[in-house]
Design a protein around this ligand. Structure first.
Ligand code: FPP
Length: 248
């Protein structure tokens, strides 16, 4: 599929927070008789392209589903290769993130990641902590149900300890216990590779996100297609349950 090179969406009409389910690395590799790891490596190049494009456009939050809680069930050789690729990516992008005002953040149970990956994440997070132009959040060992369950346990504990009145629990009380506490909800959620599922990604946060599904496999996803999706997003009316007239 090819896309006319669109310009960025009009100011004020682009999403503050874009979340992406990067799918199709394995299929991309299979079509070419390459190993799945080669697909992930090509996928990492697309990550670089989309991070750069997001920063150029002025997206303030980009969240990428890099490794789900379910992905631990993949063959150990693939998991190890993904972890090594993540470390390499973080080290190679550190300078550019610093130069471009990008702050690295993570959501998910990163304590399950190999110690070396955790150390690299900690050091890049520390180096970029003061950056304010864009937040790049990697979802790592992330699962939406696990995240909500964790928040529910925290609420139950606070109620049992008498710190919280169960009757008075608000959405904000729960949201502030999610990994994404303090982040805006995603305005736009994109999934590549033609699958039309959310796959346990940002279940609470995506309640009102605009969804875009593209058949393009993640390694083939380009800046041009990204801009074309952002332009389509700019033309959508977001009603948040209200009528079109109420939105004006
Ligand atoms: C889905 O493709 C992709 C993943 C499970 C991992 C995503 C990883 C990357 C894009 C590369 C590394 C990430 C960073 C942040 C550097 P799949 O393997 O499920 O593809 P398939 O459905 O075609 O088999």
């Amino acid at each position: 599929m090819s896309f006319k090179a669109p310009s960025p969406p009009p100011p004020g009409r682009f999403p503050a927070h874009v979340a992406i389910i990067m799918d199709g690395n394995g299929r991309w590799a299979k079509i070419r008789s390459l190993s799945r790891v080669k697909g992930h490596e090509k996928g990492a190049e697309t990550v670089r392209t989309i991070v750069r494009a997001s920063r150029e456009i002025g997206i303030s939050h980009l969240t990428l589903y890099a490794f789900s809680t379910e992905n631990w069930q993949r063959p150990s050789s693939e998991v190890a290769a993904l972890m090594a690729l993540l470390s390499r990516f973080l080290n190679s992008e550190r300078a550019e993130m610093l130069e471009n005002g990008i702050r690295l953040s993570t959501i998910g149970d990163v304590s399950r990641l190999p110690a070396e990956v955790q150390q690299t994440l900690d050091s890049v997070k520390a180096d970029t902590a003061k950056n304010t132009d864009m937040v790049l959040t990697l979802a790592l060992s992330y699962g939406g149900r696990e995240e909500i369950l964790r928040a529910a346990k925290s609420l139950a504990k606070d109620a049992a300890d008498g710190k919280l009145d169960p009757e008075g629990v608000t959405e904000q009380d729960l949201a502030s216990r999610l990994y994404t506490a303090g982040m805006p909800d995603p305005d736009l959620l994109i999934r590549t590779s033609g699958e039309m599922r959310i796959s346990n990604f940002l279940l609470w946060q995506a309640a009102y996100s605009e969804l875009f599904f593209t058949p393009t496999l993640w390694p083939d996803f380009t800046k041009e297609e990204y801009l074309s999706i952002l332009n389509e997003y700019a033309g959508r009316e977001r009603r948040f349950g209200k009528t079109g007239e109420q939105i004006g």
